[in-house]
Design a protein around this ligand. Structure first.
Ligand SMILES: Cc1nc(C(=O)O)sc1CCOP(=O)(O)O
Length: 206
């Protein structure tokens, strides 16, 4: 199962770089989601990561296709209000495209439009999406059964909730605040991974 860590939009450029450099070897993807930062700030983050040995293919950029192009990256994540999947596919066919989805219908349509993976949330209650009710594991399971591209679960994933993802055909999980808001992101990530190992061990013995 893939582990994605996603930036929480509230830290400084320096803090983001520092924290990501602490964990990049331990994750499959680093998703830079900085909606309030300028293009030059997002560029600065990506440049620092690349200069410090972060694998180019691990970086996913949320929405900023300009940064993806200028840094010659390979992954874009499209939130609901972003470019259409078809437009990105047409102009940049080699990009891997992720799409946020919140309903079964959106998931099916996004796969049909050519998305390479889906991100579904928010799964559990989380301060990061305090105003909306969580969408829950049942809908996640429905989506996982209905599409053949990987589905990444997001929202409220902490060591205590990981076990609720047991026996779901999941592509991965994305963790934002539990890792990025921690003073010790490596330790936080390690806790998530330990919970995941426990879940996988139990699944094998079922
Ligand atoms: C950034 C984001 N997108 C979501 C979606 O539902 O698409 S939920 C979410 C926040 C996830 O935060 P945390 O790991 O801090 O609970």
């Amino acid at each position: 199962m893939e582990i994605h860590v996603i930036t929480d939009g509230v830290q400084t450029v320096k803090e983001i770089i520092k924290k990501i450099l602490m964990i990049h070897e331990e994750v499959d993807f680093l998703h830079i989601r900085e909606k309030k930062k300028s293009a030059s700030e997002v560029m600065e983050i990506v440049s620092a990561l690349l200069e410090n040995g972060v694998s180019r293919d691990k970086i996913i950029i949320n929405d900023r296709l300009d940064v993806v192009q200028l840094q010659q990256l390979s992954n874009i994540h499209l939130p609901g209000n972003s470019f259409s999947i078809q437009t990105v596919k047409e102009f940049m066919p080699s990009l891997k495209i992720g799409r946020s989805v919140h309903t079964l219908e959106e998931a099916i349509a996004s796969e049909k439009a050519g998305a390479d993976y889906l991100m579904f949330g928010h799964l559990f209650a989380t301060k990061s999406k305090a105003k909306l009710p969580p969408r829950g594991v049942e809908l996640l399971e429905d989506i996982c059964r209905s599409v053949s591209i990987p589905v990444i679960a997001i929202g409220g994933i902490v060591p205590e909730t990981v076990s609720k993802l047991s026996n779901i055909k999941l592509g991965g999980m994305a963790i934002m605040s539990y890792v990025m808001a921690s003073d010790n992101p490596s330790f936080a990530l390690q806790q998530i991974k330990e919970s995941l190992l426990e879940v996988e061990k139990n699944e094998q013995t079922l």
